[in-house]
Design a protein around this ligand. Structure first.
Ligand code: ADP
Ligand code: MG
Length: 412
């Protein structure tokens, strides 16, 4: 999970009144005026957000990154807004308290310390995530594997500092004996996990953001909102429409480490998108990029020309895990695999020239076609509503316009 164990906190407006010498009557009135002004300020925030007219946006920090929830509604009372913000925070706090490797007392950290093959009771949420992780590990034949944690630590990612030297061959071989998705299982009671090797340690960072998105979406729907766009650290899920009746659009980011530019817009109709890439979380040794994504099969950070891969899926947790799996495989193996399993994916391959080549699967194209009516065409000319992962597309087909920054309104 991300590097920020602090609880998420939605952005709250604050207001202040000038200090003046006041007569007694004014002094008595002051608290009322202050309350009134505060009420007006909050109200104005809710119904007249100049950046998002007709929408309410709640933002904050979680899992070492940011989140944003946009709801298509013009009218939301301060009470409803607080209720919504609280429901979102509760979900994120819960996911963190279960799945963070940065919190010593999270359920995951306690499971990692459970050096035994005896069953370990866990929450329903952990069972759900372990089941998705297991399924993605099985179909990807171990490219995605949450038991990769000892290797992630050895390479200096996660909650561990960067080692002075890369781990040796012998060290990696030793650690790899503790890695393998078959070494941990969900027990049939669906209430506990068991290790087949008591030294197994798990890392849910490649799936938890997506799962957090799904959980927020659930909370938002439970409060009766059907038109929303939820984003945690670039993983997104959209439902319904914006207030103007159009479908949500997101910009896939160009895979540059520095510039945050959007080149391709994807229309998101009741679907999630997640992106995995090598362009942000890495360090360099002798000019070589050491990625935080590890290929469990070689025990080494991925080393290929794939800059990023984005996956569309109904559930954000699945999209997140599949994007990591495809990223581990690389463009050739990953593209074959995505075709074989009918995964809607878009790969951005880094060319020696420094440009990016886009590869899309038939399932991704079907999504594009299904959303490319008149309305979508209109939208493609406008700014996206949020940014996802990374991406420069259509350069090869000559269809690209000049790069443009992802909308000011989003998390960038
Ligand atoms: P991001 O969306 O930030 O690019 P990913 O979703 O691809 O990241 O997850 C990368 C994180 O997942 C790493 O920081 C590490 O903690 C963990 N991880 C690394 N390699 C794997 C792997 N092969 N399978 C599952 N998790 C991995
Ligand atoms: Mg992932």
């Amino acid at each position: 999970m991300g590097s920020d164990p602090r609880p998420s906190s939605p952005r709250i407006a604050s207001t202040g009144l000038p200090r003046r010498t006041l007569d007694t009557r004014a002094r008595i009135m002051l608290p009322f005026c202050a309350l009134l002004l505060l009420g007006l300020a909050v109200h104005r925030l809710v119904i007249a957000d100049p950046e998002w007219p007709g929408h309410v946006e709640i933002t904050g920090r979680t899992m070492g990154t940011t989140y944003s929830v946009k709801i298509a509604t013009a009218e939301l009372s301060p009470t409803s807004r607080t209720e919504l913000a609280q429901a979102i925070e509760d979900k994120l706090d819960r996911v963190n308290s279960l799945m963070s490797t940065y919190l010593d007392e999270s359920e995951l950290s306690r499971f990692n310390r459970h050096a035994s093959q005896e069953p370990f009771a866990v929450s329903a949420e952990m069972i759900a995530v372990f089941q998705i992780a297991r399924a993605v590990s099985e179909i990807s034949q171990g490219a995605f594997d949450i038991t990769v944690r000892p290797l992630v630590s050895a390479w200096g990612f996660g909650a561990t500092d960067r080692p002075p030297e890369p781990p040796s061959e012998a060290e990696l071989r030793e650690l790899s004996r503790r890695v393998g998705f078959a070494k941990v299982s969900v027990l049939p009671d669906l209430q506990s996990l068991a290790k087949r090797d008591s030294l197994v340690e798990c890392d849910l960072s490649a799936i938890a953001k997506g799962y957090g998105v799904d959980q927020i979406a659930q909370a938002v729907e439970a409060l009766g909102y059907a038109n929303y766009l939820v984003e945690v650290g670039g993983e997104l899920r959209a439902h319904g429409q914006k207030s103007d009746g159009r479908t949500w659009r997101i910009g896939i980011e160009r895979p540059d480490a520095v510039a945050r530019m959007s080149h391709q817009v994807v229309v998101l109709a009741n679907i999630s998108i997640a992106t995995s890439g090598d362009y942000r979380d890495y360090y360099e040794v002798d000019g070589q990029r050491i990625s935080h994504t590890i290929d469990p099969r070689s025990q080494r950070p991925i080393q290929h020309a794939l800059a990023s891969v984005s996956v569309l899926h109904e559930q954000a947790a699945w999209a997140d895990a599949l994007a990591t799996a495809l990223n581990v495989m690389g463009s050739e193996e990953g593209f074959r695999f995505a075709n074989e399993h009918d995964i809607a994916a878009l790969f951005l391959v880094r060319e020696p020239t420094g440009q990016f080549r886009a590869l899309t699967t038939p399932a991704f194209e079907r999504h594009r076609e299904a959303t490319s009516g008149q309305q979508a065409a209109e939208q493609l000319r406008a700014e996206p509503d949020a940014g996802s992962g990374l991406f420069r597309s259509l350069l090869d087909s000559g269809g690209a316009s000049a790069p443009r920054p992802i909308s000011r309104r989003d998390h960038g």
